[in-house]
Design a protein. Structure first.
Length: 134
């Protein structure tokens, strides 16, 4: 059997975990965050250390919107700066979460994690309160 890979969390993944904790706390489900950490530390990370290709390839997925196509293309371009391997970006689906990761050299980077119910829109911070809208 091969040597275990080093696993590193990116700053983005750490921010995502903080967002998930806040999201679950606001939903009165802080125990779900503890369960996520248990799964990550007890199952996901050990599995990825031994079997880094176990997650499916992410970029070949067929996008269903122009926005998704553009985001996927941008992500692919950023990834090509780090590695020439087109299949480097992988997804690991666990329960209610999607984890994106990549292996570069002997290091596996956890790039992003999201709960499937998290919304990516925060209109108030973008446009201010509705009363200030034209």
């Amino acid at each position: 059997m091969g040597q275990k890979l080093a696993i590193k969390l990116t700053a983005n993944c750490e921010r995502n975990l903080e967002d998930i904790e806040r999201f679950l706390t606001e939903a009165d489900a802080p125990q779900a965050y503890d369960a996520l950490l248990d799964d990550l530390l007890g199952t996901v990370i050990p599995n990825l250390e031994r079997f880094p290709d176990m997650g499916g390839q992410f970029l070949p997925r067929t996008p269903r919107s122009v926005e998704t196509t553009n985001a996927r293309d941008s992500l692919g371009a950023k990834l090509l700066v780090l590695t020439s391997e087109a299949a480097a970006l992988r997804q690991y689906i666990l329960a209610d979460y999607l984890l994106l990761y990549t292996q570069i050299g002997g290091i596996l980077y956890l790039l992003a994690i999201r709960h499937h119910r998290q919304i990516s829109f925060d209109f108030e911070s973008h446009w201010g309160s509705a009363s200030s809208m034209p």
